[in-house]
Design a protein around this ligand. Structure first.
Ligand SMILES: NC(=O)c1ccc[n+]([C@@H]2O[C@H](COP(=O)([O-])OP(=O)(O)OC[C@H]3O[C@@H](n4cnc5c(N)ncnc54)[C@H](OP(=O)(O)O)[C@@H]3O)[C@@H](O)[C@H]2O)c1
Length: 512
């Protein structure tokens, strides 16, 4: 790695959950693989009091826990931890930034990091603007004449609606230039999401079929088995549409539907993906019910054990109308995708953890082996499994051996796990490394974030303001409310269910 990638990564929110579970394990993984620059340092900051030594000790324990490292191998973490420092500060107090500047400068001299800093904002979103402003006031956002650089990574959620996202963009861009701002969406860092580019643009067989002439529908699912756990306070303020659809699932949609860029770089790729987001057909207020269904998980009994519903979770209002499930139909009004329905679905407390894209191809124009369309071979499907069991499955019809001409569905199934010695990096590893290298291809640009908010805003508004729009309860362990099928054009259509419902004892009912 070239010398000018040397840098200090200053993490705001260093005592928080994301830092311990994702950021530090990702940094250690990069270090272990020799991917970090030779000269690097990490400076953690938050209000909790730690000395450098105490913080290093804590980080070693966290990495052992969350990166699955054996206690006996803990010693290997020591060379990494020597590059970690800590500063206790209140990020809202501008006077504390003198200490920050001083500490950064001392680490910079000691570690020879060339005055290059990445500020990673892993705090509550309410602090983003104030941190950026304070960095600006103390001259920490300004890049040096000596070619030293400054970058800022902003965690999700980026805004709560279009207006707040625009405001945040405006505030950030007054202090940092757009090419210094890295809006992270960890789905874009997932190996399987990045592989969609490779699948489409490095193979001759898929791209000719990748359009409205051959594809009948596309389904994108992100299902979780867990509920809100310790994050009820945050989640109740955001909900599934803001937490998953506006960012992650729309970004996956962008990757699946983007036109081939001229070059694979941040400018060209993002110039193409913004065109997709700008082509999303706006949902009219009166149509929200027809193309979006919301649900909330309710109490149920699974294997004899009572499981709490969303309204009984810690820090959630007992009469909360926040959705934990969304099913959405949308269209992309452009030449390639005109008329193809895209179905997006996400939910908590569903029967299995799975994120996948299902590309469904049109049936053959003539049913040669049976006159009954429904009995003929099922449509071909290409299933891109984003997580877990990352891989790609192609489903198609084959003749059943023996008399007659019955067609049976078979699959060609590729699993990443079959690649011997292939290590699948965590999304945060890839994205942090990209930022160090100054590559923003897999980070969201300001216009894309705003276009996505512009698309979801009318749904949010209808759900908040229109008492006629229903919220459906679904028992924990089911695939969401049955009403999620109402957005399909035909009663014969259904979602793909990667697993069955769990055996639950709970009722489906409307929540008020
Ligand atoms: N956790 C996840 O799985 C996850 C996933 C995706 C995105 N995110 C996003 O990542 C961000 C962080 O999430 P998190 O779960 O890590 O939150 P968290 O556990 O609540 O951590 C918040 C951090 O901010 C620090 N902090 C709070 N007020 C501060 C202040 N005035 N000055 C300095 N530091 C302050 C806290 O430390 P002190 O109290 O010591 O100051 C703590 O380190 C959020 O925007 C979240 O939406 C989180």
């Amino acid at each position: 790695m070239a010398q000018d990638n040397s840098c200090i990564i200053a993490i705001f929110g260093a005592s928080g959950d994301l830092t311990k579970r994702k950021l530090m394990p990702a940094l250690y993984a990069l270090f272990r693989q020799g991917l970090l620059p030779k000269n690097f340092a990490v400076l953690g900051t938050s209000r909790s009091p730690f000395t450098d030594e105490a913080y290093r000790k804590r980080i070693i324990e966290d990495v052992v826990t969350y990166a699955g490292i054996k206690k006996s191998e803990q010693k290997q973490l020591e060379p990494f931890s020597k590059h970690i420092y800590y500063l206790a500060m209140d990020a809202t107090d501008v006077s504390h930034y003198d200490d920050l500047k001083d500490k950064l400068s001392k680490i910079d001299s000691a570690e020879k990091t060339g005055g290059n800093y990445i500020f990673y904002l892993s705090t509550s979103p309410s602090l983003y603007t104030s941190i950026a402003k304070n960095l600006g006031k103390k001259g920490l956002a300004k890049e040096g004449k000596d070619s030293s650089w400054r970058r800022i990574i902003i965690e999700k959620p980026f805004g709560r609606d279009l207006e707040s996202a625009q405001e945040l963009n405006h505030d950030l861009q007054r202090i940092f230039k757009e090419d210094q701002i890295y809006r992270i969406d960890h789905y874009l860092g997932k190996e399987t999401v990045q592989d969609i580019f490779a699948l489409r643009f490095s193979n001759g067989i898929f791209e000719p079929l990748w359009n409205r002439n051959y594809i009948s529908r596309v389904e994108i699912t992100a299902a979780e088995t867990i509920g809100v756990e310790e994050r009820g306070g945050y989640y109740d303020h955001y909900g599934a549409l803001r937490d998953m659809i506006q960012n992650h699932l729309l970004q996956v949609l962008g990757t699946v539907t983007i036109e081939p860029p001229s070059f694979f770089d941040a400018t060209d790729v993002r110039n193409e993906s913004i065109k997709i987001f700008q082509s999303l057909r706006p949902i009219k207020p009166g149509d929200v019910d027809k193309c979006a269904v919301r649900g909330q998980y309710t109490e149920s009994v699974i294997n004899g054990k009572k499981v709490l519903g969303y309204r009984q979770e810690k820090d959630v209002a007992h009469d909360s109308m926040t959705e934990t499930f969304v099913a959405l139909k949308l269209y992309i009004d452009n030449w390639r995708w005109g008329g193809v329905p895209f179905y997006l679905r996400t939910g908590k407390c569903l029967p299995s953890r799975v994120s996948e894209v299902v590309i469904e191809f049109k049936r053959t124009p003539h049913h040669l082996f049976t006159q009954d369309e429904l009995c003929s071979a099922k449509p071909n499907q290409l299933i891109i499994r984003i997580q877990p069991d990352e891989g790609i499955l192609l489903r198609f019809g084959m003749k059943k051996p023996g008399a007659g001409f019955d067609i049976e569905e078979v699959g060609m199934d590729f699993h990443y796990s079959e690649l011997v010695d292939t290590y699948i990096p965590e999304a945060y590893e890839r994205l942090i490394l990209d930022c160090i290298m100054g590559d923003a291809t897999h980070y969201a640009r300001a216009d894309a974030v705003e276009a996505c908010w512009k698309f979801v805003d009318p749904i949010l508004k209808a759900w908040e303001d229109d008492p006629e729009v229903k919220l459906y309860g679904y028992p924990v362990g089911t695939w969401g409310p049955p009403e999620a099928r109402h957005i399909f054009d035909s009663p014969n259509e259904d979602w793909r269910y990667p697993t069955d419902h769990l055996t639950t004892d709970g009722d489906f009912y409307e929540l008020k």
